[in-house]
Design a protein around this ligand. Sequence first.
Ligand code: HEM
Length: 580
Amino acid sequence: MLPASPSPSVRCRPRPLAAAVVTATAAAAAAAAATAVRSVVDSGSAAGTAAAAAAALLAATLAAVAAAVGWPRLATNTLHLHGSVLPTVSGGGRSPLRSAIGDFVAARRAGRLCHLYLRWQASVGAGRNFQAFYFGTRVVTLVCAQDVRHLLERVDPPRNVAALRHFGTPISPRTLLLLGNGAGEHAAMRRLLAPYLEGPPATAAVLGMLNRELSPGKGGWGGGAPVDDTRSGQGVVSPPGVWTARFDAWAAQGTALDIADVLMDLTLGVIHALIFTSGWAHEEDCAKAKSTLQDYFTLQYLALVPAPAVTAPGPLRTLRDGGAWWVAYVTAAEARRRARRGVASPPVDLFDIFLADLEKPGGAFGGDWRRMAADVMALMSAGYDTTAYALSWAIYELICHPDMADRLRAEYAAAFPADGPITAAHLAKLPYATAVWHETLRKYPPAPITAQRVLAEDLTLPSDGSVLPAGTAISIPVYLVHHNPTVYPAPDTFDPARWLAAPGAARRGGGRGADPAALLPFTMGPHTCPGQRASGVEWKVVLGALLLRYDLQAVGGDVELEARTTLRPAGLRVRLRRRG
Ligand code: HEM
């Protein structure tokens, strides 16, 4: 997933009146210092003159430092120069001198970012937008769903590229994740992806992979009576898919699975199938993809931890280039293989679409190979942990709520085909599973704090008319939006039924119905997640396959919310027991 960043990159914009106030204050301080010096000089003592001059210099320096450091707070909170007075969080970040950055870094290290944001929210009041200072720089945090939607859908400011640079620099700085809307490059890329990734082809690719690899074999999806697979007269009985065989073996051995890890592997295979369906034999293909990704992460890690790009010394730069080269090499090798086979027309998968675009004058990639390699890696790495965590959290809640698991099982058993592949039509018959999907994403948004944005122009917030100046960095903790009790009553309760009642009923006092407009796990607007359709299909099929075939049991200690870039159920170990 995209890394959230605390990076304090933008200073509040000075305005002429405020500049005049600060200048006048500094001038007054200097005049006072000069008067002090003059009076000592007039008294005639040489030692006294030197001491007074030093004291005056020190005082002037301190005044200048205080003015510079305190400027954003003074300008915004005291002088109202930026048109908005948002509440400031208590604890760290109350002032430029007591910066929030220490709290942020400590919370991120400890995997407690959501806890920190909840504390901040509590200090300013539920559902209120707020600000925090990071060494004199203010970052505005939007929590009001109406403002978040307006920002993302209508304004769509670019992500904070400086804070995200490490995500794309190793391969290309012009990967999808780092593109603003300049010259329409981002929009062109999304147009290229949309017909496949956001339409029926993605559903078909995900279902194709899962029908094959999660196939229950002779028992059929319902896990009931064996289906006659020998109609062909050849006595062939279809074996379970490779993933089903794996799960069966773990169940037989009573293995306590780190289910999030296991599901990350499975999801990587699904995303890989989206990009490379017509590639090598699938198993081999996935193993290669995994090792490529692992190598890439290792290189990225080695190259980018702690030095920022500008200060990275030679060897680190070389490593970074090594990562770029490696990904470009792997992508080019697959392209060569396909060229030998001949270009598929119409394209079969995303990689075919990318290759065709590269050939086209004026294509979305502008003929740039490295950009394509970067986007292949972006797609591979953006979605595998998020989907896996969404599945893992649902499993955790269903273990805690056996009644919900039973209801879901009954729905899946009725909807999934007794024999043959699962299709989109089968998935459409799962209203309760859809409610559990929404409630899981609400309570545990896999990307709890989305990538920071930077305002290109002044923004008026629709909720209260606050004006945020151009250059302001905006943070969007979706986790807080989803835990706002005025929007979602009893936000800590896992209650899929919210999504079955009439929308908005809760706020009108007529029931528990949740407001879909405040559900933002994939964010909104032009930069919204393009993988949401694929992840939804995978989530439904995998959950159904597991529930129908196994009883799920949690083993081990407490499950903790581990919130760094993504939201992991730390400590969740699950044992499977074959049903029936
Ligand atoms: C439950 C699963 C997932 C969640 C919760 C999720 C969430 C998100 C979020 C919050 C963003 C950032 C949007 C923004 O900055 O406004 C994002 C972007 C992105 N996601 Fe996902 N994602 C998921 C699965 C996937 C999958 C499966 C893929 C790939 C097949 C994927 C590919 C991407 C890409 C490429 C972007 C960048 C889009 C752009 O910049 O235009 N995601 N995702």
